[in-house]
Ligand binder design. Structure first.
Ligand code: BT5
Length: 311
């Protein structure tokens, strides 16, 4: 681990290729060990050329700078590649820790109901594990807090028009089209009626390529035609989450409503047992989505997938 960092430092400083032998001498390791480390670095995304004169660094991947994130009041767990940040965060939650877990790549990123979340390099894939003094009933607020924080942070840092779709999507709206920029996955552990810990999973398409199988997904890079610094966005989102954690449920719900794309639309709600259509006209005090059906009946919706039918 340390050797890899040293090798990169040596190659970054050098203007000429550096021989394996001189690196081996500097680090006090064998030439084979240098070669193995170089292979591992290539797997991480570093472009290193091997010439007869030695190794030359052509390009470094644009990794998240952990140092910058140390401004945040959470311990940072940073991984180049991991199955899912949710898994690590849950383990930390079990141990009573609060922390921010971030990965450059997730190999088994997940959405709600076990759906796949595509997480290649360049995106923000992170889980914040916290111990909020929330009752079990109030836990739903965390999804609103997270999507609000993401939406507002993106709006402020990029100036883009961002909207929120009930219950957990952050959308980019352009004319009559809405595309998914980010999603939130909340996993909680409760004891009696109190939350023991909550893991807020946040996935944002930032500088990553979008899989062509996902026609409704979009990344910030695609919209802005340039890459943005992920660290700034991460810090802003976490700070906003902290701010909202201290606010009343009325304030959280009313701010969420201001950014909502769902309210005022005809929607279809898909739940495991049923499908309901109606006009999404408000959020109730307890956070439920309020639907007015064709028959004029008011339905309170607490969970499900929401499809916007008309604009
Ligand atoms: C979500 O689920 O939107 C929650 C996504 C949470 C991901 C974060 S990343 C960090 C943390 N670690 C994890 O393993 N997960 C969290 P849901 O509403 O169920 O939406 C899932 C659906 O979004 C999929 O079925 C796809 O259709 C679509 N999808 C998958 N990957 C996507 C992407 N990168 N961008 C946009 N849409 C995507």
């Amino acid at each position: 681990m340390k050797n890899k960092k040293f090798i990169i430092k040596i190659l970054e400083k050098a203007s000429e290729p550096v021989s394996g032998e001189s690196i081996a001498k500097k680090l006090g390791i064998s030439r084979t060990a240098v070669w193995k480390n170089v292979q591992a670095l290539k797997k991480e995304g570093y472009q290193i050329e091997t010439t007869h004169k030695g190794y030359r660094l052509i390009n470094s991947p644009n990794f998240i700078d952990e140092e910058i994130l140390k401004k945040l009041p959470y311990k940072i767990y940073y991984f180049k590649k991991i199955s899912s940040t949710m898994n690590v965060a849950k383990e930390l939650g079990e141990r009573g820790e609060e922390a921010l877990v971030i990965a450059e790549i997730q190999t088994s990123g997940r959405g709600r109901l076990g759906r796949v979340w595509i997480s290649p390099e360049g995106g923000i894939w992170m889980s914040l594990v916290i111990k909020p003094s929330f009752s079990l009933k109030e836990a739903f607020l965390l999804t609103y807090i997270a999507s609000l924080a993401i939406g507002l942070a993106i709006k402020e840092t990029t100036g883009l028009k961002i909207k929120l779709k009930w219950p957990n999507d952050v959308l980019y709206q352009k004319e009559n089209e809405e595309k998914k920029l980010a999603g939130v996955l909340l996993e909680i552990k409760a004891e009696v009626d109190q939350l023991k810990y909550a893991v807020i999973g946040i996935g944002i398409n930032v500088n990553n390529e979008i899989n062509s199988f996902e026609p409704f997904a979009v990344s910030l890079k695609e919209i802005l035609k340039k890459e943005i610094k992920r660290e700034d966005l991460i810090i802003e989102i976490v700070r906003k989450i902290q701010k909202y954690l201290k606010m009343s449920s009325e304030k959280i719900i009313s701010d969420w409503k201001k950014l909502s794309s769902t309210l005022g639309k005809a929607v279809k709600i898909i739940q495991p047992q049923r499908e309901i259509r109606g006009l999404a006209f408000d959020l109730a005090e307890d956070g439920a989505l309020l639907l007015k059906t064709k028959e004029g009946k008011i339905e309170k919706i607490y969970s499900g997938d929401c499809i916007h039918l008309r604009y």
